[in-house]
Design a protein around this ligand. Structure first.
Ligand code: FE2
Ligand code: FE2
Length: 374
């Protein structure tokens, strides 16, 4: 099974270019986080620049090597690193990009669930190492789940169905792959694998439901601080075309046009309410809710206290109070995501060691993405 996992992890460089190109217009922040588009990748290769700088790439890069090492230690054989996996071609066209986002989610879902089963069957250092990889994969799954939710709204069942359908197709194709056994080749393991998939999906959905649209907008619309690959200069017509497509793409995302009408109506009304009452809401958060300070940890006593205070806050008519409570709860959640223990720990570390917090995270997704899974 580890051999199989190692093979699936291997073609990471191709995946990054697929994602960089595939998401360049659909969701550019995610594309930049997961890789480089065709022109950027070509430019980087010609100029010996890193092929990808994000946390996602750094993590994925470790995985196949980690599995190779585990196999070596366990059975004393160096596994062959020739990879029979053929990554598919992805273009920046909307249809391809949407398929790709479902495809990547399915891969991360399969990876997290099957490594969870492996971890359950391992002890000691081996267990710790597999759990370490599991955490990476769950984080990737969370980021992609968020990207899907940002683009298509809270369509949890549709998302699950898309992933299951694709997962079954992939599973059938993979039967004929090189070395290694599939998780399902032993009936008991197959049951464990299915249970792990269901639990992962259930917990992810539960968590996704807590992530407010405002946090998704911040994560996916904050422009990258990475230096532009400036020396790559397209013709002025091509640049104008790219800019126009990017503008349209952003408009489509902020107008929530891919959401189902009912969810969109609700989200747009909520957003309008928040814009119209921005000042009053900021005052309430500052004066009545102490700027949420101390409530960084969900479920903590301070979090509960703030929630109780939110329930007592009032603003004019009854309907608007519901919108106000929703907005305040979302703001609290947004605050928790931005100030979770990983961010605070990182800040603490940087203060103690004298390193800047943002020294290696020019990409906003690298900063937000790695902390999103609170
Ligand atoms: Fe991986
Ligand atoms: Fe992954």
């Amino acid at each position: 099974m580890m051999n199989f996992a190692m093979e699936s992890e291997e073609p990471i460089m191709d995946y990054t270019q697929q994602s960089g190109e595939g998401f360049r217009f659909l969701l550019p922040a995610l594309g930049r986080f997961m890789g480089k588009n065709e022109e950027q990748a070509k430019y980087s290769a010609e100029h010996h620049l890193p092929w990808c700088e994000s946390a996602w790439c750094a993590e994925e890069r470790r995985h196949s090597n980690a599995f190779a090492r585990m196999i070596e230690r366990l059975v004393d054989v160096s596994p062959s690193r020739e990879n029979p996996n053929q990554p598919m071609e992805v273009t920046a066209d909307e249809h391809d990009a949407i398929f790709h986002i479902i495809n990547r989610q399915t891969s991360e879902w399969n990876a997290s669930s099957s490594y969870i089963v492996m971890a359950a069957h391992a002890a000691g250092d081996l267990h710790i190492l597999i759990r370490n990889i599991v955490r990476d994969e769950i984080k990737h799954l969370s980021i992609l789940g968020c990207a899907y939710m940002y683009l298509f709204g809270p369509r949890f069942w549709k998302r699950l169905l898309d992933c299951v359908k694709l997962g079954i197709t992939n599973y059938r194709q993979r039967r004929n792959r090189s070395g290694g056994d599939l998780l399902g080749s032993n009936p008991i393991l197959a049951i464990e694998g299915i249970a792990a998939h269901l639990l992962t999906a259930q917990y992810l959905t539960k968590w996704l439901k807590t992530v407010p649209l405002s946090a998704l907008t911040t994560v996916f619309e904050t422009p990258s601080k990475l230096p532009d690959l400036a020396a790559f200069a397209p013709s002025s017509e091509r640049q104008a075309e790219i800019d126009e497509t990017l503008r349209n793409g952003q408009q489509k995302r902020t107008d929530l046009v891919r959401w189902n009408p009912e969810a969109r109506k609700f989200a747009v009304a909520q957003r309008r309410f928040e814009e119209e009452n921005a000042e009053a809401i900021a005052d309430i958060i500052a004066w009545e809710l102490d700027n949420f300070q101390g409530a960084e940890l969900p479920g903590s006593a301070a979090d509960q206290k703030i929630r109780r205070r939110i329930a007592k806050v009032k603003l004019r008519s009854c309907r608007e109070n519901e919108m106000l409570w929703d907005c305040l709860l979302d703001s609290l959640r947004h605050y928790q995501i931005q100030n979770n223990r990983h961010v605070l720990g990182r800040h603490f570390l940087s203060v103690r060691s004298g390193y800047g917090v943002a020294d290696n995270s020019g990409v906003p997704m690298a900063a937000h993405g790695s902390t999103l899974t609170n």
